[in-house]
Design a protein. Sequence first.
Length: 164
Amino acid sequence: MPNKKETALSLLQQCSGASIASISEGKAEASYAPFIWMDDKLYLLISELASHTENLRSSRSCSVLLLEEDTLPSPSRTQRDRFARTRMTLETEATFIPRDDKIWDQALKAFSERHGKTAQLLAELPDFHLVALNISSGSLVEGFGQAFSFKGTHFEKARGVSRR
């Protein structure tokens, strides 16, 4: 059985995109974006046209959900399996990266390797921005009764969550 760090890193590698909950005028707004994992941060390449971009500018706080892929057809998975999918929620703070920052080129290369030529094309458009999501805390759920919390990116120090 993998340790918590292995499970967390596996999810970060397996998931090509993340569900993002940002804040708009005091209300939660859910969205989606492809990401890369680099230097213990999530990076997003997002358009000015997406509502989450303005939300992240206004309130840098956002929550990210990574969910184990559900690749099997419906009849072959039980409802219990879907309720117990491995998932990780990350509480983050967004930082917009200027185009002249050296991180921009490194991240763009990683985006292209992971997500193909489209990432390169999008990055050339003036309304696209690179955003780093710095993780302050998170939780990892590996199934029923298997919930753990951690600070920062210290996945290996995840501790069991007790009933409230």
